[in-house]
Design a protein around this ligand. Structure first.
Ligand SMILES: Cc1ncc(COP(=O)(O)O)c(C=O)c1O
Length: 425
């Protein structure tokens, strides 16, 4: 068995790219055999408590009987059919549920296969909306520093120009506007900056795009509902569209079903993904208002120009339907609150450590920010030794566990985080 693991690992290291890695300087990867509840079982038999929920998606844990059943049932009917000219009940049911769950302003759904592509579609919707209103110069976005919206070209252009990938593709990415982040400078100052950028560039700005309340992959930073409220009011005052990217925050992660609910605002366009299928399979969606859909539809080019091969994949839609039912029938609010309280209590002492710059918790998100980036080659095997799966990036050691995690397992995660940041070489 050990030889077999080594052969597989060697092939992987030599031939397969992993996210954000180099083939010439590979970072450690671990062969997983199975996943169940909040436990990942490695091929060598070691068991790890999962703190990442597979990049914030597996909110019900792994190998859930109800999600397995939904997938098996759907497979017997069809795993996929094209969405051009055909439709099916899993997509119709899912669209109905998403329209019911989100703000009444949102009435139309476009299904895609990943979060990044849902952002691409959101950008197209905004640009096509303004083109239909005979304002074709409105093609730019206004956002904030530290933003992260995905890795495809349109989405990447709306990511932070410093920490994002602009430097590699600078002549190809669209030039958007980046205001100070409300998570990094006083919120009033950040808002003033956003307001000024909008005032100076309004003829070219199609939309403001934001991750509501939590800037995720751009730095795991939080900002207030009050800032978001002010942005909505600014959009209303100036006739600017508001795109909210809830790919990371959607489906309960921050304590409300959608983060925008905490600010009591409505987006014009909403991006959803990740936890939509409980982390089982890739699916995302872009929702928009009646006004946007009818304006595009009545414009000179009435077709929304997007249509991926696997659009509204029936298998993914069936699993998403089961996942949403499971979520809504569970005491998720209470669970997220408990996780939040426990994270606050158990991570508090890390504030005292010399290596630690900040500790912050919001909903089922717990973050330790260090003064310096942590070495992934050291920390990843160390976490595995400690029996947990936590994947830090840059100077951030964080967890976003499944909502079903028990107190004892969560304590193992926080203990491992504390240990690692204390002993960090
Ligand atoms: C806020 C946000 N938007 C977009 C994306 C991109 O989603 P995907 O990785 O499914 O393309 C992510 C992924 O982390 C995200 O956190």
């Amino acid at each position: 068995m050990d030889d077999c693991i080594k052969t597989l690992a060697d092939f992987d290291r030599t031939h397969i790219w992993h996210p954000y890695t180099s083939l010439s300087q590979p970072s450690p990867t671990f062969l997983v055999k199975s996943a169940n509840g909040v436990t990942l079982t490695l091929a060598d038999g070691r068991e790890l408590i999962d703190g990442m929920s597979s990049w914030w998606a597996a909110i019900h844990g792994y190998n859930h009987p109800e999600l397995n059943e939904a997938a098996t049932k759907q497979l017997a009917d069809m795993s996929h059919v094209m969405f051009g000219g055909l439709t099916h009940q899993p997509a119709i049911d899912l669209a109905k549920t998403l329209i019911n769950l989100t703000h009444p302003n949102l009435q139309h759904v476009f299904f895609v296969d990943s979060g990044s592509v849902s952002v691409e579609v959101a950008i197209k919707m905004a640009i096509q909306y303004w083109a239909a209103k005979k304002q074709p110069k409105k093609q730019r976005l206004l956002t904030i520093k530290n933003a992260y919206h995905g890795d495809t070209f349109g989405a990447m252009a709306a990511c932070d120009p410093k920490s994002g990938m602009h430097f590699l593709f600078k002549d190809l990415v669209a030039k958007h506007f980046f205001a100070e982040s409300p998570a990094c400078v006083p919120e009033s100052e950040a808002f003033k900056d956003l307001e000024n950028l909008l005032k100076q560039n309004q003829p070219t700005i199609a939309a403001i795009i934001l991750e509501p309340l939590v800037q995720g992959a751009g730095g795991m930073q939080f900002y207030s509902a009050d800032y978001l409220k002010k942005v909505r009011a600014l959009c209303d005052k100036t006739g600017t569209l508001l795109i909210l990217d809830e790919i990371a925050t959607g489906f309960g992660r921050t304590g409300s079903l959608f983060a925008y609910e905490q600010a009591e605002v409505a987006p014009d366009i909403l991006c959803l993904g990740k936890a939509l299928t409980g982390g089982y399979i890739s699916l995302a969606a872009t929702l928009c208002s009646e006004t946007i859909a009818t304006t595009i539809g009545n414009g000179e080019h009435p077709t929304l120009v997007h249509g991926p091969t696997f659009m509204a994949n029936p298998l993914a839609c069936a699993i998403a339907n089961a996942s949403l039912k499971l979520l809504l029938e569970s005491p998720w609010q209470q669970r997220v609150k408990q996780i939040e309280q426990q994270l606050k209590t158990e991570l508090k002492s890390c504030r005292e450590l010399a290596t630690v710059k900040n500790v912050r918790v919001k909903g089922a998100i717990g973050v330790i920010e260090l003064h310096k980036p942590i070495d992934i080659h050291w920390v990843q095997p160390r976490f595995v030794e400690l029996g947990v799966w936590i994947r830090p990036f840059s100077n951030l050691v964080y967890v976003m566990p499944s909502y079903i995690i028990e107190g004892g397992d969560l304590s193992r995660l926080t203990a491992a985080m504390t240990e690692v940041v204390s002993e960090r070489p």
